[in-house]
Design a protein around this ligand. Structure first.
Ligand code: NAP
Length: 252
């Protein structure tokens, strides 16, 4: 369905996983898409594979001055920005006792600082009635061991979503969070564990998910696409959990 026809969208972290799947879904729904990422080759290859009209922008979310690459690209198209999907993020794990400043800064600079300033810098470019979606995580509230910094970075975004939804409501701009449980993406291969540890972790996690499987990036992308569309025009300041029931299985 062409629910996003004539809309311009920015997806941060659009060269992989949930961001890439959402770019596919946005394009199939009629939007023009700008994707970002840190790695020039990965960004350019993803943009070229997505469609002729997709624009790839190299912009490191942890570097505030890099956000200018996004805003300048939007300005060059002479169109307001209708959809901002702030998705770029990293995960890394550490028990609280062993958290280092480097671990804290690495995750916080990308997941929290980068996400907040991406919204801030894009606000002047947003169309009235635009939709902003932050990709958060059920880890924000689940208390899973070894996730203190990651969980806090996503919990911080839940606070930002509510405040920004309030502040931007006068322009009709909606701000929401999509909060996934375990989703099958390349993320798990990037957390510094070896293949056997990843498989063990995935197996244990899968068994504790009521629906007994990881979600697909294409399932998250459909929820994001709904929130991006005018069908969701009365929804703002809300968090949407998509987790196969992890959220209701706390006894385990
Ligand atoms: N997979 C899950 O189970 C899960 C669950 C809950 C929430 N999430 C969240 O979902 C979001 C997307 O993750 P994913 O699972 O789709 O993982 P992914 O496949 O690793 O995708 C993450 C994307 O973010 C980009 N990115 C990372 N750091 C960046 C930076 N500093 N600047 C710009 N782009 C950057 C990555 O680019 P590079 O490849 O160049 O690093 C990649 O395009 C993240 O915010 C993650 O925290 C994932």
């Amino acid at each position: 369905m062409n629910t996003l026809t004539n809309k311009l969208a920015v997806i941060t972290g659009g060269n992989s996983g949930i961001g890439y799947a959402t770019a596919q879904e946005f394009i199939a729904s009629g939007a023009q898409v700008i994707i970002t990422g840190r790695n020039k080759q990965a960004v350019n290859e993803a943009a070229a594979t997505l469609s002729n009209h997709t624009i790839g922008v190299v912009s490191d979310a942890a570097v505030i001055s890099d956000i200018k690459q996004i805003t300048e690209t939007v300005k060059s198209l002479n169109k307001p920005l209708d959809i901002l999907f702030i998705n770029a993020g990293v995960a890394a794990f550490s028990p609280v006792e062993q958290i280092t400043e480097e671990h804290f800064d690495y995750i916080t600079d990308i997941n929290y600082k980068g996400a907040l300033f991406t919204l801030q810098q894009c606000i002047p470019l947003l169309s009235d009635h635009a939709s902003v979606i932050f990709l958060t995580s059920v880890n924000a509230t689940s208390g899973m061991a070894n996730t203190a910094v990651y969980a806090a970075s996503k919990a911080a975004l839940h606070a930002v979503v509510k405040v920004a939804a309030n502040e931007l409501s006068s322009r009709g701009i909606r701000v929401n969070a999509v909060s996934p449980g375990p989703i099958n993406t390349p993320l798990f291969g990037k957390v510094g564990l070896d293949e056997a540890a990843i498989q063990g972790f995935a197996h244990a996690m899968q068994n504790s998910i009521p629906l007994k499987r990881f979600g697909g990036a294409n399932e998250v992308s459909k929820l994001v696409t709904f929130l991006a569309s005018d069908d969701a025009k009365f929804i703002t300041g809300a968090e949407f959990v998509i987790d196969g029931g992890v959220n209701v299985n706390r006894i385990l």
